[in-house]
Design a protein around this ligand. Sequence first.
Ligand code: PA5
Length: 408
Amino acid sequence: MDIKVKTDGLGIAVENILEMRPEAGRALDRLWSGSEPMTGWVQTPINQNKEELEYILNAADIVKDEAELFVVVGIGGSYLGAKAAIEALPKAERGAQVRFFGTNFCTDYYREVMAEIRDKRTILCVISKSGNTAEVSAAFETLKPLMIEKYGSEEEANKRIIVVTDPARGQLRAEAEEKGYATFDIPPNIGGRYSVLTPVGLLPMAVSGIDIRDVLDGAKAMAMSPVWDEGGTDYAISRHLMQMTGKHIEVIEMCHSRLGYLGEWMKQLYGESEGKNGQGLWPATLTLSTDLHSMGQMIQEGRQNFFETMITVDDPDYTVTVPAGHLAGRTIRELNEAMMDGVIRAHRNAGIPVVEIHMPQLTPHYYGQMLYFLETTCAVTAMLNGVDPFNQPGVEAYKAEMRKILGI
Ligand code: PA5
């Protein structure tokens, strides 16, 4: 069984989809050819590097034995994939507590994490492809002296620092070699937001107790899935066509409370891959049913410049039944399904286009499928839009201004 996609609720004429399938097929072929720049992520789960996987699993075991706290310093693609998976997935075994840091310049958050490190046996893991991201540098430089103070010497602190970065380039790689930190490589042909299935995402996931072999196998199954003959490709095409008809926002609705951060990861993936040349769908995320009680009115009767992508988990792990009151005897699953079907009906009645993506269960295997599915559809939509899914030139503008302000 694979994840399923239903695009027939979008109201796009079938012939418009069929007309674009050859072009979408060519985009998929380019991705799968292995010859396009920055598409290393396409092959990673298919040709799994067993040696690297063992190295990650061994490192995770050591962390679990030796540390109470695993502080991951990273931002954007070096943070969101791991954070989303850890929020979403069940843990196969006991893991260490994973804390993400270097994700902002909030002084109060610094104080909180620094206090926690003073109290707990800690291992630091710095993740940065470029090795010079400001948030990450500020965080790492602040935590280093704290680790030296805590463990009594630089030598002891360095044994508790892991670096995940480019195999050859950047300041972080140079420092890791000089100081003897344990290191993992981010392949040069994989960009930040497509790196979740490399050590960037896999190491923190393994430390938290997630079965990363299942995640990778799920991604591999998706690479081979028949979903690319129809539903998957049609979702990518529809996202392109929706923009052409003035639907400029994709409201991504998570119908499971543990998928909120998957939405954050999707926002980066979609936003940085597609927001170019005055194009791209603005990815907005909601969690249902929670946000129906805040944004439901806006969706039903507000400006109709969006379509919805509803992401559901079909089978919860266990059953809870309401014991009393007017919903007595109803299971929570039944209520969730009624809510989702009610939303689809009400919104379609108002002319709102809705896509449905169904995950059979919230397991590492289906989660891996989902990651690969979303990365691939995003890349195809961007290619249909005529933009490069793998660069992010616009992110540099504010950084240049910030450097001017700081005089660095
Ligand atoms: O997708 C991207 O490339 C970016 O969003 C990066 O992940 C983010 O800026 C962090 O970069 P780095 O890993 O170089 O610190």
